[in-house]
Design a protein around this ligand. Sequence first.
Ligand SMILES: *Cc1c(COP(=O)(O)O)cnc(C)c1O
Length: 378
Amino acid sequence: MDIQTLAVHAGHQSESAEDLIHPVSPAIILSSTFQRNPDGSCPGGYLYSQINNPNRSALESAIAKLEGARDAVAFASGSAAMMAVLQSLKPGDHVLAPLAMYYGSRTMLGGIFRQWGLQTTFAPMDDLEQVSAAITPATRLVITETPSNPTLRITDLRRVAQLAHAAGALVLCDNTWSTPILQRPIEFGVDLVLHSTTKYLGGHSDVTGGCIVAAEGCPLTESIRHCQVVGGAVPSPFDCWLLMRSIPTLPLRVRAQSAGAAAVAGFLQAHPRVATVHYPGLPDHPGHRVAASQMELFGGMLSFEIAGHRAEAMAVAARAKLFTRATSLGGVESLIEHRASVEPPGSGTPESLLRLSIGLEHPDDLIADLEQALSGLP
Ligand SMILES: *Cc1c(COP(=O)(O)O)cnc(C)c1O
């Protein structure tokens, strides 16, 4: 079945034989607990909402299907999802992580999990020689994020999965920016897929959530599920419902956002006040060929460096009218952000860089807005 059809129907089938009515839009089951049968069994398998809830089951089933997997584990945020993966590792395990990665995950590895006894090395994931050299016999997990935040570096998922598996390590791909519409990492040998569902899956900037999808037979699946149930960083039924409301339009949104980003990237690349554009859809992007081999389109995210410094970048963001100045991404409204301002010191993000999340406005209007914002530079 095409992913566009799956997006509309996956997870929407009622699993409870008790249902007397069949609402076309699913009900939100707010109950925190469920009545048991006289023999002690739980109708539908539901016992207590922190452990499982019909809205969460539906969401997990839908995301797993989109990624071509059987198991998905939903969390209260993308960060909680990453925590559960790392908590499933043991003190002394080695993690290889990308130099270019979501700074929250980076902070987690360098702080909480350093105390926990995880050894982490950061390597440029687009340099396979360095990746290969950084894998040790203690490496248990290789983390990838492609395209990466905020400079859209591309990781060759097939090759990194081969290198990791040859050393007995598992591979996780943070697929938040690509979504399963553009890239399905499990098809390339990846073992675990992470989503911040706050972003494209939610798509409307009104829900915070996360998810881990596990390939069949992945040895960490059970302990990730255990962290979800025991740790309790679970999404509310309403959040799950919001996500289920958003997923049917995910393919259409992401494809339109990708087309918009490609148009904006082309405009920026030709602009005299722009020094560099980071967008994997541009033929001269260093990861273009690999991106084309593993992504359907190049996504709705891009960043660019102004010919200038922090003041010029801030001035462009300040003059934007259609683009909203805010962090986050993947919503229907376009956002512009000066990343260095929100990242911790030493993150390496250039002060001249602005990140764009392309929404669903017409690309001509977005380009006109950037044009007027850039024209204000002295
Ligand atoms: C936002 C984001 C996260 C963290 O997700 P939250 O839902 O904000 O906790 C992780 N990875 C990437 C790539 C992100 O963009």
